[in-house]
Design a binder for this molecule. Structure first.
Ligand code: HSE
Length: 419
């Protein structure tokens, strides 16, 4: 640990998070951290801060020897990477909230942190106000972390809540999420699951030491969810949420995916509403623990940036303990998922891929079936998210071999199906 130092900050970005940080820092004088310059694209835009703070030349910050901390909260992941890597090389500690940039470049950035001896912190990138990265990093031993399941995107959770609880339409709810500053500037990143997948890549590293990229993850967003799916959930006193999950299987490997899921009322995630996020951790001896807090928005995100800045005063660094001090876990593709699939035309469904089918219902507008399907069949295909097909995970969706045998006994005969 280093000795406490005065922090002189160069800030990149003055949007929802950047401006939030500026205000929050002004209200936290005890931190002895001051923003010296703010780099933005358009210096002519009117901002709620003294004009002399602003520059559009990134070198005004990156080459200023007095600035010892760079805070990067911009949208563009390519430029963000350039800023963060240059800052580290120039001997500055870095705090970032850019999940996409971090997820796309994490191995290189970890190497750069090691090489330069600087610190790169990014608590705000996942679940905004919830201190989840530092907890996973410091508190949970690898062997004891049995499972983690989480709502990591505020906008989609906000949209689903407004649709389920207040009867709003999808577009209306999305517009509201945008107006409140929760959504990404390209909201496709939220609603198609990319933002959550980027966060999940980061959380998998800190949970299990797993390095992966979003193109290797099984994920989807919430755009395929139909009103019939919502009605199905309501008829069972469930809601639908976009949930990321990782679980240690009996073979020691980790099953992971990020998909819409039916959530029972006795699940902690059921009560995570609006822009809140939630993380349920199952660990040996401690059993279940639940983290809850705002997952999007100006001040909640700025609060996590602030906490990282404070941690830099005592030289805090992620050590990537699960990667470096343990044998990192590896990902499994040897499990089945129990899913509900609703569709217009049975011809769109790869029904031959299902290991079991327990229930089916044929409707006028849409039909559905419930069954188990190998993870491998899903990761290699896209039928389950094409042609308006909607796939929602059942609660307790992971089935390993033995459990599957039991389920098979109860399964309907595929041949006899008349959907
Ligand atoms: N668009 C993101 C979300 C912002 O809705 O969760 C916080 O990362």
């Amino acid at each position: 640990m280093g000795s406490e130092k005065n922090l002189v900050i160069g800030l990149f970005g003055f949007g929802v998070v950047g401006e939030g940080l500026y205000k929050v820092l002004n209200q936290t004088p005890s931190l002895k951290a001051t923003i010296k310059r703010v780099c933005i694209k358009n210096v002519n835009k009117k901002r709620n801060a003294p004009p002399e703070l602003f520059t559009s030349d990134m070198n005004d910050i990156l080459n200023d020897p007095e600035i010892n901390v760079v805070v990067e909260v911009i949208n563009d992941s390519k430029v963000g990477y350039e800023i963060v890597s240059t800052a580290l090389k120039n001997g500055k500690d870095v705090v970032s909230a850019s999940k996409k940039m971090l997820s796309e470049n994490l191995p290189e950035l970890i190497e750069l942190q090691n090489k330069t001896g600087q610190s790169l912190l990014y608590e705000a990138s996942c679940c905004a106000s919830i201190p989840i990265i530092r907890n996973l990093e410091e508190y949970y031993d690898n062997d004891l972390l049995h499972a983690i399941k989480a709502i990591v995107n505020g906008s989609t959770n906000f949209i689903l809540t407004k649709m389920f609880d207040e009867g709003l339409g999808f577009k209306e709810a999305l517009l509201l999420a945008q107006q409140l500053g929760f959504a990404e500037s390209d909201p496709k990143l939220d609603i198609e699951g990319f933002d959550a997948a980027n966060k999940w890549v980061l959380l998998l590293t800190h949970s299990y030491g797993i390095s992966t990229t979003i193109d290797k993850l099984l994920f989807n967003g919430i755009t395929n969810i139909h009103k019939e799916d919502a009605n199905f959930a309501l008829s069972r006193n469930q809601s639908i949420k976009l949930v990321a999950q990782a679980k240690k299987l009996k073979n020691g490997k980790v099953a992971t995916f990020l998909l819409p899921q039916f959530i029972d009322q006795d699940d902690q995630l059921y009560f995570v509403k609006n822009e809140y996020n939630g993380v349920v951790i199952e660990s040996g001896f401690a059993d279940k623990q639940f983290f809850y807090g705002k997952g999007a928005g100006s001040f909640p995100t700025a609060s996590a940036v602030l906490s990282d800045i404070a941690a830099l005063r005592y030289g805090y660094k992620y050590e990537y303990k699960k990667k470096n001090q343990h044998i990192p876990a590896s990902l499994s593709n040897d499990f089945n998922l129990r899913v509900y699939v609703s569709f217009k035309d049975l011809a769109d469904i790869a029904k031959e891929d299902f290991t079991t089918i327990e229930e089916w219902h044929s409707g006028n507008e849409r039909s559905y079936l419930i069954g188990t399907i190998p993870y491998n069949s899903l990761i290699n295909q896209i039928w389950w998210k094409s042609n308006e097909t909607s796939m929602v995970l059942m609660p307790d969706s992971i089935f390993e071999d033995m459990e599957l045998q039991e389920l098979k006994k109860m399964s309907l005969s595929l041949a006899g199906l008349d959907l």
